[in-house]
Design a protein around this ligand. Sequence first.
Ligand SMILES: Nc1ncnc2c1ncn2[C@@H]1O[C@H](COP(=O)(O)OP(=O)(O)OP(=O)(O)O)[C@@H](O)[C@H]1O
Ligand SMILES: [Mg+2]
Length: 345
Amino acid sequence: MSSAQETILELRQVTKRYQTRGNILGRGKKEVLALNRISLQVRAGEIFGLVGESGSGKTTAGRLIVGLEKPDEGGIFLNGQDIVGLQGKALRRYRRQVQMVFQDPYQSFNPQVSIMDSVGEPLLTQGVAKGVEREQMVLAALKEAGLSPAESYAFRFPHQLSGGQRQRVAIARAMILEPSLLVADEPTSMLDASYSAQIFDLLLGVRGRLGATVLFITHSLASARYLCDRVAVIYRGNLMEIGPAQEVIRNPRHPYTQALLDATPKFGRCEDIPRFNTLLRAERPAADSGVGCGFFRRCGLAQRARCSMEAPEFRAMGEGHLCACHYAEPGPAQADQGGECHLGA
Ligand SMILES: Nc1ncnc2c1ncn2[C@@H]1O[C@H](COP(=O)(O)OP(=O)(O)OP(=O)(O)O)[C@@H](O)[C@H]1O
Ligand SMILES: [Mg+2]
């Protein structure tokens, strides 16, 4: 990791709501609180994992960070500059610094545009290079992303690539402008384990060679453990726990993080990964929506009087390790010993 520990990205109390449409008469409209007052800081040069199950708000956070959508409340800062109101040239400059690899590689490409034109497009729109120079830069980016010989991939169309190759192309396109921050949204969710490992190594290379900061979005604590310096665990738009990746995974303090670890597929034996047998409840109604702990409805440890009414503050559990639970305490977690290894990506 870069020696610099300054903050490159900060989310301050970010809230995002979506309205669902309802039926043809407009009945059944609902508001979804995709992100609820999220605050976090990402340090320059680190790989920061945003971990949570499906629907927890990870992609929403990514889209807000790259400026594809705006938060309803709160601020997003890159190198101290608020990016929420950016428009025109300022927004274009920002897009050069912050790029995203999307979750679904099929949606990230126009099927009628060649890899050469697709990867080279940001060079044109940002006015960086054209003609032969642009072609050379595209070939170099493809090679850098592990697609070699680059010439044999550059003139194909997206459907002529495997899923893994498509994700490599997506990373090449995201990195061609040498952004300082790469948001990688579940880049391996459609790949098998061995190809996932190659993509992880590519992301490690992106950070190592170019010094880029990576926000790695994943549902898998195992992937985050392999790749990330720090992780934040999110549940239905609420941050639950944040800290050094190894510490959060070996010594999770939040019952939700413990449940996520318990739910991770297991292969082989591995002494250092704990199991918790955490009790998850069938969903129960909240006393008052939006009040109290975001995990109250599922939590086996919750005390109704407190957890349904009082939102827990983040409290320090260890060096840089914070947890938002009324009942979490610092110290070693009460895990089962001799757990099994979580290698599922
Ligand atoms: N455009 C939208 N309109 C309405 N609701 C939306 C919209 N986008 C996201 N949501 C809702 O916001 C919540 C968070 O969605 P999001 O896509 O950020 O989750 P996610 O953590 O990325 O999930 P996954 O792991 O499945 O990709 C979900 O409940 C989702 O249904
Ligand atoms: Mg998503």
